[in-house]
Design a protein around this ligand. Structure first.
Ligand code: 13P
Length: 259
């Protein structure tokens, strides 16, 4: 059995006061749920160390929302996987659609970042997804496979071992419209089978859904067979909503799906 993997992607939100309030709320209300969920918080990187001290709990994990693929060098403004490893961060969100769109990140660049994350013994949370137009044109499967193929090309047949892949349809992010649980399951199954077919045997691969996850829809989403967890944006910034999502998912320890 595996615990649901709940990732809170704060994006470019929060400030010192919010971090203090979130941490206080977490300590009072959420620590008990760590036994039943793997909780990973991805605040803006500058708050991670501070939050770690405030929460002071070894069973909560932190994630960066991005990295540069170099370990070090003359790359002003960047942070590296090696530096994250140095401060005890375990996870890195990669290929988020907001970075693909606003920072022109290509599949090739994301594959280089993925490679750096793995080389530094961190765990990638690779986001993949299609636009509304691509969905209308029935290109979803093709687009997702292309996003995956570039990672195989750069990182080889063991690339996806100990990795989280998050299906985040772009049309669902921040829209209040989630994909239906049935569609989420179907697409996660397709992605998982495709990755496993192209990998060496016995990889450990975890699947998430992201896009307008809320206290109202979490139960039906997390209940689906191929959903190992969720990637939450705005729902993770509201303490009470975040707690409700975690409370509900606590009841859904997942059976491992091998393919
Ligand atoms: P929302 O939950 O705000 O739709 O954002 C999803 C997301 O982009 C998580 O990475």
């Amino acid at each position: 059995m595996i615990k649901p993997i709940i990732v809170a992607n704060w994006k470019l939100y929060g400030n010192k006061t919010f971090v203090q309030e979130f941490s206080k709320y977490f300590n009072l209300n959420l620590k008990n749920y760590l036994k039943k969920n793997t909780i990973i918080i991805a605040p803006p990187i500058i708050y991670i160390e501070y939050m770690k001290k405030l929460i002071n709990e070894k069973n909560i994990f932190f994630s960066s929302q991005n990295i540069d693929y170099h370990n070090e060098g003359a790359f002003t403004g960047e942070i590296s996987s090696r530096m994250l490893n140095d401060i005890g961060v375990k996870y890195v969100i990669l290929g988020h659609s907001e970075r693909r769109k606003n920072h022109f990140e290509s599949n090739k660049l994301i594959a280089k970042k993925f490679h750096s994350v793995k080389k530094n013994n961190l765990i990638p949370i690779l986001c993949i997804g299609e636009t509304k137009e691509e969905k209308k044109l029935e290109l979803t499967e093709k687009i997702l496979k292309k996003q995956i193929d570039e990672i195989f090309l750069k990182c080889g047949k063991f690339a996806f071992n100990k990795t989280i892949v998050a299906y985040e349809p772009i049309w669902a992010i921040g829209s209040g419209k989630t994909a239906t649980p049935n569609l989420i399951n179907k697409i996660l199954k397709m992605i998982k089978k495709y990755i496993i077919k192209n990998s060496f045997n016995n990889i450990k691969l975890y699947m998430q859904y992201g896009g307008s996850v809320s206290p109202e829809n979490i139960k039906n989403i997390i209940n689906e067979k191929y959903v190992d967890g969720v990637l939450i944006g705005s729902g993770s910034l509201n303490f009470k909503n975040f707690k409700k999502i975690i409370q509900i998912s606590s009841n859904f320890n997942k059976k491992k799906t091998s393919s």
